[in-house]
Write a protein that binds this ligand. Structure first.
Ligand SMILES: [Zn+2]
Length: 104
């Protein structure tokens, strides 16, 4: 099997696991996330942006917006999301648009 194909399958599995964890948000979520993380590391896959938002940069835990994280849109010129992890209190930014529009 080609490497890319393997990665594709791995990514599919990761998104399934994360989606399930998001839906259930229960006891088993951690297991799902743990398995997902293992797959990510093993295949060194790049996870989509929307999934990246679900992991705290500081404590690396799985955080669900509205549950254990807070997402706000930054008001600066650089369009960014401000994500606050309620588990460790860490706030970090995710830039949506690197280049600000020039307003004259
Ligand atoms: Zn955190």
């Amino acid at each position: 099997m080609k490497k890319n194909k393997k990665k594709q399958i791995a990514l599919q599995r990761v998104s399934n696991l994360i989606d399930t964890a998001l839906y259930t948000q229960d006891f088993f979520s951690d297991d799902h996330i743990l398995s997902a993380k293992k797959i990510i590391e093993k295949y060194k896959i790049k996870i989509p942006f929307e999934y990246k938002l679900l992991f705290c940069k500081n404590c690396k835990k799985f955080i669900v917006p509205g549950k254990n994280s807070r997402i706000r849109i930054g008001r600066s010129k650089i369009k960014a999301l401000r994500i606050t992890c309620k588990l460790c209190g860490h706030t970090y930014r995710k830039i949506i648009k690197a280049k600000a529009e020039i307003v004259t």
